[in-house]
Write a protein that binds this ligand. Structure first.
Ligand SMILES: NC(=O)c1ccc[n+]([C@@H]2O[C@H](COP(=O)([O-])OP(=O)(O)OC[C@H]3O[C@@H](n4cnc5c(N)ncnc54)[C@H](O)[C@@H]3O)[C@@H](O)[C@H]2O)c1
Length: 270
């Protein structure tokens, strides 16, 4: 169903790798809601993924950008405004990567070159993105910037590894930069803390299926899907949430406020 929620709005969507990606679903839904946007991903991901299919489907152009590279971000933000014909109303940062996770390096035995790289890609890139948008004055007033995060920023999920620290940094940057973006440009900045979701990034985490099943049993509404996350993100891009900023918003079927559920109690009694 479409509500024309984003009619006339322009944006940039980072992170659509394949049709499972949260950013992919967000792009599809944003298109249905009337938005125009540019898609972007790291050059290597563009070669591996199938983003052109999404671009055709959503009538959008793709501009490569490594989110850790400020020159790439400058170029992206300039070109996006040229293509879309004006300043931006929304930006989605849907980016995450840990080499320690990918290579199975334990949290107590980090390769710090990989830790640095993961921090840069997953968290500092959000600061770089916002600083570039801010300096270029590329956002319209009452625009909205969203990044995706996970609850391991607040609570211990041992196999989430250094991504937990990256998410804590990301959420802090959303608040710190969000203050200046709000004061100076009337732009809101939030993070959405999403349920475990079967995507490339999600499935890279050790024991992911156990993780997902546990969350499903703990959440009164069950895990939130990628499509449901896309829908929630659109509300934050719409004019219906103008005064929501500096928030970390849990989109997890209620998981984050649970202690224990009946289903898990029963499983433990067996
Ligand atoms: N899948 C989950 O369980 C889950 C749960 C909560 C939050 N998240 C977050 O959602 C976001 C999207 O992940 P996803 O689950 O859709 O997985 P995904 O693998 O589809 O998306 C991750 C994206 O990051 C991109 N990326 C990596 N390095 C980059 C770089 N240098 N520059 C630009 N882009 C780069 C990848 O190409 C990919 O498109 C991430 O921030 C992730 O941490 C995921």
């Amino acid at each position: 169903m479409s509500y024309n929620l984003l009619k006339g709005k322009r944006g940039i969507i980072f992170g659509a790798l394949d049709e499972n990606s949260i950013a992919w679903k967000t792009a599809e839904r944003a298109h249905e809601e009337g938005a125009e946007f540019v898609l972007t991903n790291a050059p290597v991901a563009l070669r591996m993924g199938t983003i052109n299919t999404l671009a055709e489907k959503t009538n959008s152009q793709v501009i490569p950008a490594d989110a850790t590279n400020v020159e790439d971000l400058e170029n992206l933000i300039e070109k996006a405004q040229e293509i879309l014909g004006g300043k931006l109303d929304f930006v989605l940062h849907s980016i995450g990567m840990s080499i320690n996770v990918r290579k199975g390096k334990h949290y107590t035995d980090q390769n710090y070159d990989w830790t640095h790289k993961g921090l840069d890609v997953s968290a500092m890139s959000f600061h770089k993105l916002m600083q570039t948008l801010y300096k270029k004055d590329a956002m319209n007033e009452w625009g909205s910037i969203v990044a995706l995060t996970y609850m391991a920023a607040q609570r211990v999920f041992p196999d989430y590894n250094d991504m937990a620290d990256n998410k804590a940094y990301l959420e802090s940057v959303a608040r710190s930069f969000g203050y200046f973006f709000g004061k100076d440009k009337k732009v809101r900045v939030n993070t959405i803390s999403q349920s475990p979701t079967p995507t490339s990034a999600g499935q890279g985490v050790k024991g992911f299926t156990g993780f997902m099943n546990y969350a499903e049993k703990m959440s009164p509404l069950g895990n939130a899907t990628a499509l449901e996350c896309a829908d929630y993100t659109l509300t934050l891009f719409s004019d219906l949430t103008k005064k929501v900023t500096l928030q970390n918003l849990f989109h997890d079927g209620g998981f984050s406020n649970m202690g224990v559920s009946q289903e898990l109690m029963e499983a433990m009694e067996e």
